[in-house]
Design a protein around this ligand. Structure first.
Ligand SMILES: Cc1cc2nc3c(=O)[nH]c(=O)nc-3n(C[C@H](O)[C@H](O)[C@H](O)COP(=O)(O)OP(=O)(O)OC[C@H]3O[C@@H](n4cnc5c(N)ncnc54)[C@H](O)[C@@H]3O)c2cc1C
Length: 391
């Protein structure tokens, strides 16, 4: 039996941060992962450049059944703390937009930095291990396919269900259930939408069209691009909205956020314009979209020939296009998993399970899910740090 103070299962973003922090406190740490390649999600993140944090990250950027839970951890490990580590490792980075920080080079630099920090703190890696059993006695015993480890503190950092093709599993939820800890229903998120088959046949001509829009779901609204795909909607604003969407909700899209469509067309009417409707539209939305919209609405000819009913339908589609998606795209494409280990069962200071001393949950496996833009990594760092200072 190999003895450690702390065993972390899951050598991803949160697990490595926790191991580093615990190692700095002179704890003997083992880091177990079933993968042989460390940090695969980090490697594919941010299009290969890892959007490693967001300088504006705060509790409002997260969805959870308990909206206050993330505050404590987020306030004790700030984006600037992670930026300090990145700068100490001389990794060049830039702000792409909206506070999102990306590596200039590659996401591998972030993985290499975390592995180096782990090694510096004497963290022992156990890669390619299948955890067969977790048992509690005085502390915890973990049986893998290769060895058994014992520890006082066990940290579960196995992430969510997104992208099963690179090794995501529901392991963390199973451990929670093993110890009678509630798991809030999970769903793929930050994955965009699939249209119903009726909408799919109506909107198929729009495939490939991208437009600056505001997408709203209930009270959440995001202004960025949307992209019509052959199955539904993608693009950053759609991905963001999918975090807030539940089955049966409709979404509202404003595809001309710079103008008030009714005022815009009234102005053209009163100005006595005799331009073609599609040309008037093309002044505020991409021409291809203008042409397709006109053909979808069966609008031909000049604005002076436009009936009131058609004008109403057109302005409605521009400013408040209501669509009820059939679903979101699913775990194969989702950047994150919404839901997870119930925050009411965990200490917001340390991430320790309130009823199970010595058992901790961190990162995406917890019911705290960030918006698109570096927020999910910031939660992984912050929750990993919180547990790492306590184990
Ligand atoms: C395509 C993509 C792009 C993304 N881009 C960004 C981005 O740019 N910015 C951002 O903030 N977020 C991004 N995310 C989200 C971000 O990657 C995750 O939220 C973050 O990695 C979660 O960290 P974690 O440590 O909790 O889990 P993970 O990083 O997923 O790590 C979990 C670890 O546990 C291991 N594991 C799983 N099951 C087991 C098991 N049964 N036994 C042993 N080990 C196991 C896995 O192999 C993995 O190493 C992206 C996600 C995806 C899918």
């Amino acid at each position: 039996m190999l003895k450690f103070d702390v065993v972390v299962i899951g050598a991803g973003a949160a697990g490595m941060m926790c191991a580093i922090q615990a190692g700095r406190r002179r704890r003997q740490v083992a880091l177990i992962d079933h993968a042989t390649v460390i940090g695969r999600k980090i490697l594919i993140s941010g299009g290969g450049r890892c959007n490693f944090t967001n300088i504006n990250a705060g509790p409002d950027n997260y969805v959870s059944s308990n909206q206050h839970f993330a505050k404590s951890a987020l306030s004790r490990y700030l984006p600037s703390d992670f930026i300090d580590m990145v700068e100490n490792h001389r990794i060049a980075y830039h702000e792409k937009k909206l506070g999102q920080l990306f590596c200039d080079g590659s996401a591998k630099q972030i993985v290499d930095m975390l592995v180096k920090e782990c090694e510096k703190e004497g963290v022992k890696f156990f890669k390619g291990r299948v955890v067969k059993e977790v048992m509690k006695d005085d502390g915890y015993v973990i049986h893998t396919n290769n060895e058994s480890l014992s520890c006082q503190s066990l940290v579960i950092a196995t992430g969510g269900l997104s992208i099963p093709q690179i090794g995501a599993t529901g392991f963390g939820y199973s451990i929670a259930r093993q110890f009678d800890i509630k798991v809030v229903e999970t769903a793929p998120a930050l994955d965009g939408f699939n249209f119903s088959s009726a909408d799919l046949s109506k909107f198929k001509e729009l495939t490939g069209v991208s437009v600056d829009s505001i997408v709203s779901v209930k009270k959440a609204a995001f202004r960025e691009n949307i992209l019509f795909t052959h199955t539904g909607l993608s693009g950053p604003a759609s991905l963001q909205a999918s975090l807030y969407w539940k089955k049966g909700d409709s979404i509202s899209i404003n595809i001309a956020p710079e103008v008030d469509p009714v005022a815009y067309f009234n102005d053209r009417f009163s100005g006595g314009s005799n331009k073609e409707v599609k040309n008037i539209l093309a002044e505020i939305i991409p021409r291809r979209l203008a042409e397709i919209l006109c053909s979808m609405e069966n609008i031909k000819g000049n604005i002076s020939e436009l009936s009131e009913a058609k004008l109403r339908s057109l302005t409605q589609r521009l400013g408040n296009w209501q669509i009820t998606p059939q679903g979101t795209v699913g775990y194969k494409k989702a950047e994150v998993t919404r839901g997870g280990v119930d925050t009411n069962s965990l200490s917001s200071q340390t991430m320790e399970a309130k009823q199970v001393p010595g058992l901790y949950f961190i990162g995406e496996v917890v019911d705290v899910t960030g918006q698109l833009g570096g927020y999910n990594f910031q939660w992984a760092w912050a929750s990993g740090y919180a547990a790492g200072t306590a184990v």
